[in-house]
Design a protein around this ligand. Structure first.
Ligand code: NAI
Ligand code: SOE
Length: 396
């Protein structure tokens, strides 16, 4: 393939906050890592809530055009891919309009704040036949993809159990502002939807479908200072401890037991109030023939124990991901040079554009996003009713 034969596909990105930055970086960098690239993503138009914010985002993130109205992205026949990087309550309206306009779609997680919206989004992309992806990017960390490869190869035998956590501390300080992430009408839920769903995605990716949950949820900090401005500063600044406060109506902490359809059992814990934990996404998977352990704060590493290792060399040991491992062909040439958050988004962009140009399916798609919402809803109901809930009992 020659450079001139690589298609150029125009992206319309909606939302110029944290994820606007991450996705813009990924579009610029993807062809630098994966070459020949499946397509050159052209940073065509960025939408924000006002014309001024959009113009600033365009200058910062390298977009050719900007608009204060996301509908102009949908109406523009030159745009091939719509990227939704806005707070959760706007995902459904934008995604359904994009699907009806025949655009391919990348939507940030969680797919939607409610099961009903997630289902409508899934039905819209199915009807339109467009490529669709939900941005659970952590499964694209090479060490996580390696864990899946080992499981598929039977290296740890039959999976018996999964223990997953996602612990952060940015919301542990009660003077952190009442951003959109603490408001049910925008976020849908708290730690559960925001970070617990990443663990649900990892559990489904690595172990299989979740059939039942038994959960507890709790809100420790019932009110927070009101925040001025839209973008979430993740508790870090803009504190206004003495100012007026508003009620937090989402969970701070969720813990649940899990049953998988294949007979495995597991647990999930998520909180943004765990002092000292930053992006502590961990899993430990025990199988009949071995163990896999991952900690995102050491994301170049996968801890493995294989029962098949010689008796005098057995023990949990560290595999450093590199060229021999998933996505190694495009990433850095020496193991442990360092995989970062940006790389997970670059790989996400690579897989999205590969799907668009080859027609091959890509996961996690909106069906996965919808199934994750069913599980999240089952967790909420289980915590409310203080009993085990079958995921298949959740409907809309
Ligand atoms: P943010 O608060 O940093 O930025 C959101 C931006 O969207 C703001 O600049 C806001 O002005 C803009 N916006 C809001 N409504 C809009 C509209 N109707 N049209 C155009 N722009 C609009 O939020 P952040 O952290 O970027 O989160 C966005 C989404 O990405 C959320 O769904 C969140 O859950 C998800 N997310 C995913 C991550 C991942 O690791 N996959 C990491 C962080 C966020
Ligand atoms: C805040 O908890 C947050 O930005 C989440 O919204 C993301 O999904 C996670 O990847 C990083 O933390």
């Amino acid at each position: 393939m020659t450079a001139s034969s690589i298609p150029q596909l125009n992206v319309g990105l909606i939302g110029g906050g944290f994820m606007g930055k991450a996705h813009s970086l990924a579009y610029a960098a993807m062809p630098m890592f994966f070459w020949p690239a499946p397509a050159i993503p052209v940073r065509h138009t960025i939408a924000e809530v006002t014309d001024d914010l959009a113009a600033g985002a365009a200058a910062r993130f390298g977009f050719q055009h900007s608009t204060g109205d996301w509908r102009r992205v949908i109406d523009d026949p030159n745009i091939h891919v719509v990227d939704i990087a806005t707070p959760n309550n706007s995902h459904a309206e934008i995604a359904i309009a994009a699907a009806q306009a025949g655009k391919h779609i990348l939507c940030e997680k969680p797919l939607a704040p409610t099961v009903a919206e997630a289902k409508a989004m899934y039905e819209a992309v199915k009807a339109a036949g467009v490529v669709n992806m939900v941005a659970f990017n952590y499964r694209r960390t090479p060490a996580v993809a390696l864990a899946r490869k080992y499981i598929e190869e039977g290296r740890i035998g039959k999976v018996l159990s999964f223990r997953g956590t996602y612990l952060q501390d940015w919301s542990a300080d009660p003077s952190g502002p009442l951003s959109w992430r603490f408001q049910k009408k925008i976020a849908g839920s708290g730690a559960l939807g925001d970070i617990g769903t990443h663990v649900v995605d990892l559990a489904r990716y690595l172990v299989g479908e979740i059939s039942a949950v038994n959960a507890m949820m709790h809100t420790y900090i019932q009110e927070r200072p009101l925040q001025s401005g839209g973008a979430d500063k993740l508790g870090a600044s803009d504190k206004n401890a003495g100012g007026p406060k508003g009620a937090v109506d989402v969970d701070d902490e969720v813990m649940t037991l899990l049953r998988f359809e294949n007979g495995a059992v597991g647990s999930l814990e998520a909180t943004r109030n765990a002092w000292g934990r930053n992006n502590y996404i961990t899993f430990e998977i025990h199988g009949t023939e071995g163990t896999l352990h991952f900690n995102y704060e050491r994301r170049d590493e996968l801890q493995v124990f294989f029962n098949s290792d010689p008796g005098d060399a057995r023990g949990l040991r560290t595999v450093y991901t590199g060229p021999a491992h998933p996505y190694g062909e495009g990433l850095w040439p020496i193991p442990a040079l360092g995989i970062g958050y940006g790389e997970t988004k670059i790989i996400e962009a690579y897989d999205l554009f590969t799907a668009i140009t080859t027609g091959r399916p890509v996961r996690p798609d909106f069906e996965d996003g919808y199934k994750t919402e069913l599980i999240a809803d089952a967790i909420v109901r289980s915590a409310q009713e203080r009993r085990e809930i079958d995921v298949e009992s959740i409907g809309v």
